[in-house]
Design a protein around this ligand. Structure first.
Ligand code: ADP
Length: 430
């Protein structure tokens, strides 16, 4: 059996890729699994990231799914478990970060070092810093960052010790920046002290990447680490793994190139405009026309016929991305959920059709859109490759739509990527 050293559980799909990307950059060979696999791992990897959709589901479901992921990861040999959540600590008063953390600690209780764990969403490279237990997003406190108005997980308190304590039975403490600045030995001493004080979980300050690199060695020996994606940069060294180009090696690229975009974020709208500006062919999907035509079949057929003529000359773009006012108009007419589902379903069918036409390098923009496309392509796991932009790597996956060799794909969540992302990404795959 192939054995991994690090087992990761991510509470959402694009967050899983973000973590996997950091691990690869720190030298690990990483596979991302969509949900808990039903089979043992069939690939050479140092870490597997199991991507769940457990961030905002009921607490009991999040706990159950996370424990199932834990069991599978342990079966693959994982020596340490990494529970990954959002860098804005997205959670409600009930959880799910606290309850999932404690359920994992309880389940790991017979392992050495399972009586204590840490929590930090810090990732200074992405503007997430923790100072005296308070989370900053860029220059402002979490509760002033816009996250206080999040529809599902409003974050109204930047004090993570308080936030986490409200979700946990165990006592929550703090390892502050002064300790972290002194290095791994000081952090270990502080952990021992907290343990002696009956503390089971500690929020850790980190205001620079150097802090995360100092934290990494001190986490050796803990059965469970909980964090955003930032802590990952300092962990592989504990397993004797150093950054290398081979970690991100993927099979050589083949086939035709295409972009499918269902994200309407500011960054994606700029990327769509930039792709069109450099003269590449682009086809817009109009959700109202789509709804009026009574289903996606006609639209999918027309889009594929359009693409078929052009693909041989280079990448094409098929997009529903639109400005906020246009999206609002569509949502007012079709309903938010119905519009989203219809567009996702259509773009996913187009993505599958494009692969059927010989596309083997596929860029997908949009978190939900990516989920729909991956499902339509029957992809259950991806090997993580080289980074295109922070948080967005190329991946390689097997799919029944791409027999004999699979395909390369990259899944870009809304606000990631530079304006020229759609055209430059193909050049990053060699
Ligand atoms: P992001 O990562 O930017 O949030 P997602 O794919 O997660 O992107 O979400 C975008 C949502 O908007 C999807 O449900 C998608 O189907 C929907 N959508 C895409 N284009 C339109 C449009 N023109 N009008 C209304 N909804 C749209």
């Amino acid at each position: 059996m192939k054995k991994i050293v690090l087992g990761c559980i991510a509470d959402d799909f694009t967050g899983a890729t973000d973590l996997a990307n950091n691990l690869v950059r720190a030298g690990m060979r990483v596979v991302q699994a969509m949900g808990v696999p039903s089979q043992p791992l069939d690939a050479e990897a140092d870490a597997v990231v199991v991507a769940l959709k457990s961030r905002t589901v009921p607490v009991a479901d999040a706990v159950q799914e996370s424990l199932a992921a834990l069991r599978w990861l342990q079966d693959q040999g994982a020596q340490q478990i990494y529970f990954k959540y959002c860098s804005t600590f997205d959670s409600t008063a009930q959880g799910n970060i606290g309850p999932v953390t404690e359920a994992l600690m309880d389940a790991l209780a017979d392992q050495p070092g399972a009586d204590f764990s840490i929590a930090t969403p810090a990732f200074p490279d992405n503007g997430r810093t923790v100072f005296k237990g308070h989370l900053f997003v860029g220059d402002v406190l979490l509760n002033e960052s816009g996250m206080q108005n999040h529809p599902l997980t409003p974050m109204t308190d930047a004090n993570l010790v308080r936030v986490l304590q409200a979700q946990c039975r165990r006592k929550v403490g703090l390892i502050d920046y002064k300790v972290v600045a002194q290095g791994p030995d000081a952090i270990r001493t502080r952990i021992d002290q907290l343990r002696a004080d009956g503390v089971g979980l500690a929020v850790v300050d980190a205001i620079s990447n150097d802090d995360l690199m100092r934290l990494g060695p001190a986490l050796k020996g803990l059965s469970l680490v909980t964090a955003g994606s930032g802590v990952a940069i300092g962990l592989p060294v504990n397993f004797g793994i150093a950054p290398s180009n081979t970690a991100s090696a993927l099979p050589p690229p083949t086939g035709l190139q295409a972009v499918v975009s269902g994200s309407c974020s500011l960054a994606t709208n700029r990327q769509v405009a930039a792709f069109i500006e450099v003269g590449r062919p682009a086809l817009a999907i109009d959700p109202l026309q789509l709804a009026a035509s009574g289903g996606s079949t006609t639209t999918v057929t027309q889009a594929l016929a359009w693409a078929k003529e052009l693909l041989a000359q280079g990448p094409v773009l098929i997009y529903s991305s639109a400005e906020p006012s246009a999206v609002k108009a569509v949502q007012a007419q079709l309903g938010v959920q119905a519009a989203g589902d219809l567009v996702e379903h259509t773009l996913a069918a187009i993505a599958r059709g494009l692969v059927g036409l010989g596309v083997r390098q596929l860029v997908v923009a949009g978190g939900e859109t990516s989920g729909a496309c991956v499902q339509a392509l029957g992809i259950s796991q991806m090997k993580i490759g080289p980074q295109i932009d922070p948080g967005v790597p190329w991946c390689h996956a097997q799919s029944d739509a791409a027999p004999n060799g699979g395909l390369h794909l990259t899944l870009k969540s809304g606000n990631f990527g530079t304006d020229d992302f759609f055209s430059k990404s193909f050049g990053c795959l060699k």
